[in-house]
Design a protein around this ligand. Structure first.
Ligand SMILES: Cc1cc2nc3c(=O)[nH]c(=O)nc-3n(C[C@H](O)[C@H](O)[C@H](O)COP(=O)(O)OP(=O)(O)OC[C@H]3O[C@@H](n4cnc5c(N)ncnc54)[C@H](O)[C@@H]3O)c2cc1C
Length: 507
């Protein structure tokens, strides 16, 4: 019998295990797959190509510096000066620096969006004021809605937590492209209408704008796997017992029954259980009569290795265009159209998408030969391609989505992307496509939802009896995964808060 059994060895499970072991508890962790890390992992995906790709998650914003220093992790991230570039059909483009500067102002004018320049600075100025206030609460007991309201400027509170984002964008910006760039932060991994009254878009938007108090999305040095490698090393050094290839099958009366790789039945007794898994998987383990529902995962991820970056028709250098987020076909009207098409059961004719290059910021993921030859990696993340579209025809829909996305991308490129892709040792192009169904099959993400379910605002309603947001209906069982309140994304916050809830109990 251990003090704590952690079920799930994604980064949140590892963070919880480290905090609890560091506090002197006897901790065991079981992971269903044969490797740890869940959606945070790096892999050499293409045969004979020495490029360690962040195969699933790729950028870091929400991981608090405090967790990195509390757990003494040797992990760091790299900032970028360019926030985004969005090409237009008439071979121009909107280049936006991370902090407003003359070049950004000129670029707004060049695409005819000069009237939105002031609104942009005001909007992000308000959010920049609110971000540290909100982020400061993430590693503390949950504040109430009223407490957060009191801490913020009323206009900002309303924008973030009350008015559907689509409405705010229509009220503040006039250019569709500008509206779209802002809206994407509400739609990453979130299948919803911009005007959705349940505010799912606002919830997603919030977590994309406040990480570490700045909302900056930074490149993990060495790739996402570097974080997991550090967590594993730390957990082992703290004496955490780790077993892989062990899938929990039920939780009953404080006992976890699991199945090992060879089909053997294993039983684990512990004083506390940390469920670092999706809430729906927890429903299954607890044999709930009804599983919770949520919006399906709705993204396609395409990983690529390139011999060279493509030049752009707009004339902007590829080093600038891909330095931040390269948005394409992400105007607000386009995204609303894509949402309507996907809701009606079709793959959108034009799929909104964005791209990022890891190697422009960090070349340590490349072997020395590829580095010297100037190779690059690109990650494409497409929106509004929900799980249901792939059921029963995964490979065919993925192929069609890939064809559409590359064709769309080529509309903005002077060098077609196919001519830039590297080839593996069998002569195949270095490109792989992951659908929401793949994510469910490979990682156990229910319906391919990258956040394990619908994100929630980072406060409790006055009627909710929650302290850390990790509590469940079962005594001594705490949720630590991305589906915990405040847990979404690569943040470790779910793991930290579940650990704190247990340490509070013991105190
Ligand atoms: C394609 C993609 C791109 C993303 N991009 C980003 C990004 O750039 N930045 C960002 O912040 N976030 C991103 N995310 C989201 C982020 O990766 C996840 O929210 C986060 O990694 C979840 O971590 P976790 O530890 O809570 O869960 P997971 O990483 O899902 O790990 C859960 C673990 O539990 C194991 N498990 C499940 N059931 C059982 C069981 N019954 N018994 C034992 N083990 C079990 C699973 O095998 C898995 O290893 C992305 C996600 C995906 C899929």
């Amino acid at each position: 019998m251990s003090d704590v059994l952690v079920v799930g060895g994604g980064h949140n499970g590892l963070v919880a295990a480290c905090y609890l072991a560091q506090a002197g508890l006897d901790v065991r962790l079981i992971e269903a797959r044969n490797e740890l890390g869940g959606a945070t992992t790096s892999k050499e995906v293409f045969k004979g190509v020495a490029a360690k790709l962040s195969r699933y998650s790729y950028l870091v914003s929400l991981l608090p510096d405090q967790i990195v220093s509390d757990l003494k992790l040797n992990f760091d991230t790299i900032g970028r000066d360019i926030s985004s570039f969005t090409p237009t059909f008439d071979d121009r483009g909107l280049l936006i620096s991370r902090t407003w500067d003359e070049r950004t102002g000129q670029s707004f004018s060049a695409v005819g969006a000069e009237s939105d320049a002031r609104a942009w600075q005001e909007f992000y100025g308000e959010i920049a004021e609110a971000a540290p206030i909100i982020a400061n609460t993430f590693l503390k007991p949950l504040p109430s809605r009223g407490e957060v309201r009191q801490a913020l400027n009323p206009k900002t509170f309303s924008t973030l937590f009350e008015v559907p984002l689509g409405e705010s964008l229509e009220g503040r910006f006039s250019h569709d492209l500008v509206r779209g760039i802002v809206l994407t932060d509400g739609l990453i991994g979130t299948f919803a209408d911009a005007f959705d009254r349940s505010l799912l878009v606002n919830r997603c938007f919030l977590y994309h704008l406040v990480g570490n108090g700045s909302g900056q999305w930074r490149v993990p040095r060495g790739g996402m796997g570097a974080l997991v490698d550090e967590l594993i090393a730390r957990a082992k050094s703290l004496g955490v017992e780790i077993e892989t290839g062990v899938r929990a099958q039920s939780i009953e009366s404080g006992e976890v029954v699991a199945e090992g790789n060879e089909g053997q039945l294993l039983r684990y007794k512990s004083r506390f259980i940390v469920a670092a898994i999706a809430p729906r998987e927890l429903d299954r383990l607890e044999r709930r009569s009804k599983y919770r529902s949520f919006a399906p995962g709705s993204q396609i991820k395409i990983n690529m290795v390139l011999e060279k970056l493509p030049r752009l028709r707009s004339g902007v250098s590829p080093e600038d265009a891909f330095a931040g987020t390269f948005h394409f076909d992400e105007g607000m009207a386009q995204m609303q159209k894509a949402f309507a098409e996907a809701s009606a059961g079709s793959l959108p004719q034009v799929i909104p998408a964005e791209i990022y290059s890891h190697t422009l910021a960090d070349r340590s993921i490349l072997g020395s030969e590829l580095d010297q030859r100037g190779f690059h990696t690109l990650t494409l993340f497409a929106l509004h391609t929900p799980y249901q579209l792939f059921i029963g025809k995964n490979e065919a829909v993925k192929q069609e989505a890939k064809t559409r996305l590359l064709r769309q991308l080529n509309n903005y490129l002077a060098d077609p992307i196919e001519e830039c892709l590297a080839r593996d040792e069998d002569g195949q192009l270095c490109i792989e496509v992951k659908s929401p169904l793949d994510l469910e099959n490979e990682l156990g993400l229910p319906e391919g939802n990258i956040f394990h379910g619908d994100l929630e605002f980072p406060f409790r309603e006055e009627s909710e009896n929650l302290l850390w947001g990790s509590e469940t209906r079962t005594e001594n069982l705490f949720l630590a995964g991305a589906g915990a309140k405040r847990g979404g994304g690569v943040s470790g916050i779910g793991g930290h808060n579940a650990a704190m809830a247990i340490l509070d109990r013991l105190a």
